[in-house]
Write a protein that binds this ligand. Structure first.
Ligand SMILES: *[C@@H]1O[C@H](CO)[C@@H](O)[C@H](O)[C@H]1NC(C)=O
Ligand SMILES: *[C@@H]1O[C@H](CO)[C@@H](O)[C@H](O)[C@H]1NC(C)=O
Ligand SMILES: *[C@@H]1O[C@H](CO)[C@@H](O)[C@H](O)[C@H]1NC(C)=O
Ligand SMILES: *[C@@H]1O[C@H](CO)[C@@H](O)[C@H](O)[C@H]1NC(C)=O
Ligand SMILES: *[C@@H]1O[C@H](CO)[C@@H](O)[C@H](O)[C@H]1NC(C)=O
Ligand SMILES: *[C@@H]1O[C@H](CO)[C@@H](O)[C@H](O)[C@H]1NC(C)=O
Ligand SMILES: [Zn+2]
Length: 508
């Protein structure tokens, strides 16, 4: 026979479990449905003529053929940059002759457009894209990377998804609007940078400075970034759109070890190479702590919970309890590990010149990408405590993660983007996310707090590796959607009201 106190304990335990399960299920099944209906009709699809559909593909292919490559921090193909300038003047005649549009070139090869709206009390917004690309050696490509060739319904080439699709998409949408005599109420800017791949210091940064000097404030800004993911997130069955609301920060850390040089026949007990290697190994063996659930990825997972089946939906809706477990699962793959923590990548090592000489100096560079819930200073403190060796000299360049842009129901920019994405791509849900790469938009923090990163393309499994990789491509319909997207975004932004929606379940 059990004694009474034990029975009481068992009773308490069972009650506890029942309450816990009830809380978990309640949180899971009272999440708002992702299905939303907008209160008023948004911009309709643009009806394109056969000739216009050919024109837009032709424009993209011509843009791909100009090899606007950023080779290194200091080296770009300036011939190609100049050629691109001539090309957009030729390809978009309406833009350059419209009395509504003011154009100036910035930093020699970047472009800034202002489209005059009729109501100056509406705050302008801005669309951003970049025309430079990373190098693309031809080996491994199915078609030459700067040929703009078509194959099986896709246009191949460097820049087809990063980011000439957006450059041409934005300009083509404006060209079509102007041809149809569109006159906006709300003014807007278009910025096309020429050095995003190497930091944007001469392009986007100069554009931002110019606008800042004029005292411009923006309602919102949209740059490249996340996308519609179809089958990319494991466990989801329908496409999901992610709007980047922040991006990770970064640190380039240089490690240097000096020791006295000598002959390899009488080596010291510890060499500069040995000391440096030990430090590097400690950094790699001790990843930065998981910050999963402490940044905006928390909203992303909670808003996505309904897309997953049991038990993942319950776990994701209850991160207060399950964050550590989900974090463990995400850590298994490099791409999802990047969401969980500040990443550590050993990227450069340098030491030694001759097999019989002990080198006096060994150097290395480590690249960190900082989680939104951490700062560069916090990461550097952990680094120092991990290396714990004064013989390793550290120097660093860093920037903190971007502030988190608002994504509430009252935010004009976010809701306008959300409705345009769900209209153009017929996709639900549309949720906030974190960009793990960096974009030109980080230079615009003084112009607006509402900075969003979204590229209007659908990514399928395998497509992510085409970014900066082999066989970068976009389907012909995919590119037409890019133009549709910007065309309708311009129309949807031309309003003084925040788009309202109600969750479909509330209609009953
Ligand atoms: C630079 O661009 C021009 C075209 O504008 C091209 O002819 C040339 O081959 C490019 N140079 C390099 C090194 O890629
Ligand atoms: C560390 O590097 C900096 C910059 O190269 C240099 O000024 C400093 O003297 C070095 N310190 C040590 C202890 O080597
Ligand atoms: C990292 O760089 C910052 C700014 O340059 C500097 O204040 C800090 O001391 C550096 N940290 C280390 C560990 O070198
Ligand atoms: C790190 O080293 C690289 C290459 O030696 C150098 O270009 C860079 O300026 C250094 N950065 C810092 C922060 O010391
Ligand atoms: C914003 O302005 C401050 C002060 O003028 C400047 O130091 C900072 O770099 C600017 N921020 C950005 C993101 O450009
Ligand atoms: C301009 O926009 C403001 C703010 O929405 C509005 O109050 C005003 O009536 C508009 N003016 C005209 C002429 O439409
Ligand atoms: Zn890009």
């Amino acid at each position: 026979m059990w004694k009474k106190p034990v029975l009481v304990l068992v009773g308490v335990f069972i009650t506890g479990v029942v309450v816990l399960v009830a809380v978990l299920l309640l949180r899971t099944y009272t999440l708002p449905e992702n299905k939303v209906a907008w209160q008023d009709k948004g911009a309709p699809r643009i009806v394109l003529g056969e000739k216009e559909r050919e024109e837009l593909l032709k424009a993209l292919k011509a843009a791909i053929r100009i090899p606007t490559v950023s080779f290194s921090e200091t080296e770009q193909n300036t011939t190609a940059l100049a050629e691109f300038d001539e090309f957009i003047h030729r390809a978009f005649p309406e833009i350059f002759k419209s009395i509504l549009v003011t154009y100036e070139s910035v930093g020699k090869y970047s472009h800034l457009f202002h489209v005059q709206g009729s109501n100056n009390s509406l705050q302008p917004y801005m669309l951003l894209a970049h025309l430079d690309v990373v190098p693309a050696p031809a080996e491994g490509w199915d078609v030459p990377p700067f040929s703009g060739e078509e194959k099986d319904g896709y246009i191949y080439g460097r820049g087809t998804i990063d980011d000439k699709n957006c450059v041409i998409g934005i300009l083509q949408a404006l060209e079509f609007h102007l041809k149809r005599k569109f006159q906006p109420l709300r003014s807007f800017y278009i910025g096309i940078g020429h050095d995003e791949e190497i930091g944007g210091r001469h392009g986007a940064m100069k554009i931002a400075e110019k606008l800042e000097a004029k005292g411009v404030k923006l309602a919102f800004l949209l740059d490249e970034g996340l996308a519609v993911l179809d089958g990319v997130i494991q466990g989801t069955s329908r496409p999901i759109a992610l709007i980047g609301i922040t991006e990770k920060g970064g640190i380039d850390l240089n490690l240097t070890v000096n020791s006295s040089p000598g002959h390899s026949s009488m080596p010291p007990r510890e060499s500069s190479i040995g000391i440096l290697s030990a430090a590097l190994s400690r950094l790699e063996q001790n990843p930065m702590p998981s910050k999963f659930g402490k940044g905006p990825e928390r909203s992303m997972f909670e808003q996505l919970a309904r897309e997953f089946s049991f038990p993942l939906n319950v776990m994701m809706a209850n991160l207060w309890l399950f964050a550590p477990v989900i974090s463990r699962i995400l850590e298994q793959t490099p791409s999802s590990n990047a969401i969980v923590r500040t990443t550590t990548a050993l990227t450069i090592v340098n030491a030694g010149i001759k097999s019989n000489v002990i080198p006096p100096t060994a150097r290395a560079t480590v690249n960190f990408r900082i989680h939104p819930a951490q700062t560069a200073d916090e990461v550097m403190n952990i680094v120092k405590n991990t290396i714990m060796d004064d013989r390793v000299n550290l120097s660093n360049e860093s920037f903190d993660p971007l502030p988190i842009s608002p994504y509430d129901e009252e935010n004009f920019g976010y809701q306008t983007l959300k409705r345009t994405i769900s209209d153009v791509f017929s996709v639900e849900p549309v949720v906030p996310g974190v960009c793990i790469g960096n974009t030109d938009s980080r230079h615009f923090g003084n112009l607006t707090a509402s900075i969003y990163k979204f590229s209007p393309v659908v990514m399928k499994p395998g497509d992510l590796s085409r970014f900066h990789g082999l066989n970068e491509r976009i389907s012909k319909e995919g590119f037409e959607s890019v133009v549709q997207f910007y065309y309708r975004l311009i129309q949807n932004s031309d309003s003084d009201k925040v788009p309202r929606h109600r969750h479909v379940s509330e209609e009953l």
